[in-house]
Design a protein around this ligand. Structure first.
Ligand code: PHE
Length: 448
């Protein structure tokens, strides 16, 4: 059977950028900036993205396009009969865990979009306490969040069923430019609020004393999450790329747009937080508690709230589609299932795990794993452990297992790309030595 490919370079880049840009940019990045000291975190993050995450992204794409198969099959094909097949198992397992809790947050954004369309935040005057209460009441209830999770995961599965070109590529081609416009609109609105300047200073004037090993570890973890590396996702998508596309240029474009999205999202959020005299250190609830309060206070807030939650939902969907595709590609190619059946199987599995995650805010909140509720445990376990191990495995595979000539040939399209040829040496050095060393340091610092 002939494998389906992306139809165009633009489509491929939009699909991969769609995977990268998601809740990680609009929800996680701004609150991490708040928690880890503002501009210092932003600065470290920018360095980490280009110096470490980009070469790791390249490794994943090299493995995927060279293997021309799904995340599990790639390792078996490129290193037959070795223990590397466990790397493939990890690459299938991690996305499924991530999808289950990602979809729960996706469901929250549907609920919040619905609330903003009803002008829930703006029709009556709301205090911070009201909005905190609405959010905690909602996530700890039983049915409403499960309904949101079901709709979100169902929509994701439908897009994946349509296939690589008709579903994933077309969706990304339309939604990503739309998302960009939406986020810019919101940022312009926030930038023109009185008092917004302080927010910009917080984002862009670093206090170097705040750069600590913890901040560096957090920035690297965020980089992995945001660029979707270490999950087998970019590997799977790269296997649909055309042989004539440049992996180096595509990955640079993806990393740059992902970074831009994160920065613009922060420019939309932080100035507003400061303009209303709120604290940027709210953590994960920044988006669902602090922001609705801001919408309730700002002129034209009702409309901005709708735009914002549409953007959040679109961003989350293009990412969840990519997470689901990893498992579907595996079932279709290795277990010979139809796309429909494969999507249904993954839907059911992740739906059940997602329901447990969702209930862990309410009826199951007494179940603790290392002190955390199930949702928080899965989030931490996948971003601190599974993802970091995944990234380490991928750089070790490309740096030490694959033949250097194969890596070079995939990166330079058989020696035809000049610039990539010149950059290969430094990229290979980072993949072989610098990236594994940095990841190990982070893993150890996470442990102690
Ligand atoms: N990278 C995406 C984001 O920033 C989502 C994602 C996370 C995709 C983890 C795959 C794996 O939200």
């Amino acid at each position: 059977m002939k494998r389906e490919n992306f139809g165009s370079r633009f489509g491929a880049i939009m699909a991969m950028t769609g995977s990268a840009v998601g809740l990680g940019n609009l929800w996680r990045f701004p609150y991490m900036v708040g928690v880890y000291g503002g501009a210092a975190f932003v600065l470290v993050y920018i360095i980490v993205v280009f110096l470490l995450c980009l070469p790791i992204l390249n490794s994943e794409m090299i493995t995927g396009r060279h293997g021309q198969t799904n995340a599990f099959g790639a390792f078996r094909k490129l290193a037959p009969g070795t223990g590397w097949k466990w790397a493939g198992v990890l690459m299938i397992f991690t996305p499924l865990v991530v999808l289950s809790y990602y979809s729960v947050i996706g469901g929250w954004s549907i609920e919040y979009l619905y609330k903003s369309v009803c002008f829930d935040f703006t029709a009556v005057s709301r205090t911070r306490e009201d909005l905190d209460g609405i959010f905690s009441g909602y996530i700890s209830s039983v049915w409403a969040p499960i309904a949101g999770h079901t709709v979100f995961l169902g929509a994701t599965a439908l897009i994946v069923v349509l296939g690589v070109r008709k579903g994933i590529e077309n969706f990304g081609k339309v939604m990503m430019p739309l998302l960009f416009v939406l986020v810019i609109l919101i940022a312009v609105r926030a930038a023109t609020l009185p008092g917004a300047g302080e927010g910009f200073a917080y984002l862009f004037r670093p206090d170097f004393s705040k750069i600590t090993p913890e901040v560096c570890a957090a920035a690297l973890g965020q980089g992995f999450f945001s660029l979707s590396v270490g999950f087998g996702i970019m590997l799977t998508y790269a296997s649909y790329m055309n042989k004539s596309d440049s992996i180096g240029k595509s990955s640079l474009l993806i990393a740059t747009s992902d970074l831009l999205f994160a920065l613009i999202a922060s420019c939309a959020i932080m100035p507003a937080v400061f303009a209303f005299g709120l604290s940027p250190e709210a953590g994960p609830s920044l988006l669902f508690e602090v922001l609705p309060f801001i919408f309730s206070q700002m002129p034209a807030g009702g409309v901005i709230a709708i735009l914002f939650f549409v953007a959040l939902l679109v961003a989350a969907l293009t990412s969840s589609v990519s997470i689901l595709e990893v498992g579907v590609a595996w079932l279709v190619e290795e277990k010979h299932m139809s796309r429909k059946k494969a999507s249904l199987v993954i839907f059911v599995g992740t739906w059940i795990l997602g329901v447990i995650c969702s209930l862990s805010f309410g009826p199951l909140s007494h179940i603790r794993i290392f002190g955390d509720i199930i949702f928080d445990f899965l989030d931490k376990f996948s971003s601190n452990v599974l993802m970091t191990v995944g990234a380490l495995v991928i750089v070790l595979f490309v740096g030490w297992k694959m033949k250097k000539e194969d890596v070079r040939s995939e990166f330079t399209n058989g020696g035809t790309l000049r610039t990539e040829g010149r950059l290969f040496g430094i990229m290979y050095f980072i993949i072989r030595y610098a990236a594994p060393a940095a990841i190990l340091v982070i893993m150890i610092s996470n442990l102690i």
